[in-house]
Design a protein around this ligand. Structure first.
Ligand SMILES: Nc1ncnc2c1ncn2[C@@H]1O[C@H](COP(=O)(O)OP(=O)(O)OP(=O)(O)O)[C@@H](O)[C@H]1O
Ligand SMILES: [Mg+2]
Length: 205
């Protein structure tokens, strides 16, 4: 069983604490929603979960059946939609998917199926520089999911999306919870239902 465990976690940049004394466990089959105003540290907390930044104090670990995973294991376990994972603008959607599929050793046809799933089949030969923000977000979802990660981390997944797109995210979140864990950082109250647990950052400022 997979779990994300966070114990007395704190992150500061310079002398300014974004958050301190965060403790929670996200068990397999559930979701966590991270709420808070702009600049409260939601994206930073997702980066901590990915191992892209290190905690200032406390601990954050991924465990399978009680064993702590190494950073390389965490990377293959996670799929993330973050500002850090942008597709290449001068490549097409299909080419971007191909790159990610190659990284994970996944078959090209399967990567293309994900483009269909996120509603981008019609635009697969279009350059990402010509994509709208909602289309780009859909592509980022496909890129995050193509290796069937056990944990899906989403930063503001519905901010750019139309009603159909929001429906897609709801379905993907529900599917992910059957497979593993989902974590969603959001400013949008409508996304609160994605998780059984909620954390609100920036309350003490
Ligand atoms: N690498 C960094 N070095 C210094 N400060 C940083 C760094 N990364 C983030 N910050 C600061 O930490 C604070 C929190 O940023 P973060 O992006 O985590 O907030 P957020 O809650 O995701 O905001 P938003 O709702 O706007 O996406 C901001 O004040 C930001 O400037
Ligand atoms: Mg953010």
């Amino acid at each position: 069983m997979l779990a994300l465990k966070c114990n007395n976690l704190g992150k500061a940049f310079g002398r300014r604490w974004l958050f301190r004394r965060l403790s929670f466990t996200v068990p397999q089959g559930t979701g966590l929603v991270i709420l808070g105003p702009n600049g409260s540290g939601k994206t930073t907390l997702l980066r901590l979960m990915c191992g892209l930044v290190q905690p200032t104090e406390g601990k954050i670990v991924w465990e399978i059946n009680g064993s702590v995973l190494r950073p390389s294991q965490v990377r293959s376990l996670i799929g993330a939609v973050l500002p850090d994972c942008e597709p290449y603008g001068e490549l097409t959607a299909e080419e971007n998917m191909q790159l990610v599929a190659d990284l994970h050793g996944i078959n090209k046809n399967y990567a293309n199926e994900w483009l269909e799933r996120v509603g981008l089949a019609h635009a697969k030969r279009q350059l990402i520089n010509e994509f709208s923000s909602g289309m780009k977000l859909r592509l980022k979802l496909a890129m995050a999911l193509v290796h069937e990660p056990m944990a899906l981390l989403l930063d503001e997944p519905t901010a750019m999306l139309d009603e159909q797109g929001r429906q897609l995210v709801s379905e993907l979140v529900a599917e992910q919870k059957r497979k593993g864990i989902v974590i969603v950082a959001t400013n949008d109250e409508r996304d609160v239902g994605y998780g059984e647990q909620q954390i609100v950052l920036g309350k003490n400022r």
